[in-house]
Design a protein around this ligand. Structure first.
Ligand code: DQA
Length: 144
């Protein structure tokens, strides 16, 4: 089974962007770690990142045909995008939401998530480990 791990805007700069907030591990490292864990869990992991809302929506549509589950860190689109929520609502498999930081400890505009209306679960504030924790949970959710 294939799991999509989708990442929104500015996460291409992970490891370089505000490292005091987001840490110094790059998205390439996260992708490698998740792929490795995927092999252990018997899952094929595809990690993608885009700064463009429409591209993320296109990948969610693609997932309808080619993925069993979606793990998504929509980044700032979390707090703004009804369109990403609507796209996720067209997907029938499980959805898990990841935030590297504890969004509830930050500015109040980060406290609301449109995506949480669809997500089975949310990891927030576990750093980049949150992706792997979400992947472990996803293995349970997509198991037969
Ligand atoms: C984030 C939190 C968002 O509020 C922020 O806009 C991001 C990253 C996180 O992973 O902690 O870009 O999703």
């Amino acid at each position: 089974k294939t799991i999509y791990i989708l990442n929104g805007p500015n996460l291409n700069l992970l490891g370089k962007r505000e490292p005091e907030i987001y840490g110094d591990i790059t998205l390439e490292n996260v992708a490698a770690d998740c792929k490795k864990l995927g092999v252990e869990l018997g899952l094929h992991v595809d990690l993608m990142q885009s700064n463009h809302e429409g591209q993320l929506i296109d990948w969610i549509h693609e997932a309808r045909e080619s993925a069993a589950g979606i793990i998504i860190n929509p980044a700032a689109f979390t707090h703004t995008s009804v369109a990403i929520l609507d796209a996720l609502n067209t997907f029938e498999g499980p959805v898990l939401e990841v935030h590297i930081t504890n969004v509830h400890k930050r500015e109040s505009f980060r406290h609301h998530s449109y995506v949480s209306l669809r997500a089975e679960g949310v990891m927030a504030g576990f750093g980049v480990e949150g992706y792997q924790l979400a992947l472990r949970r996803m293995a349970t959710l997509v198991a037969d």
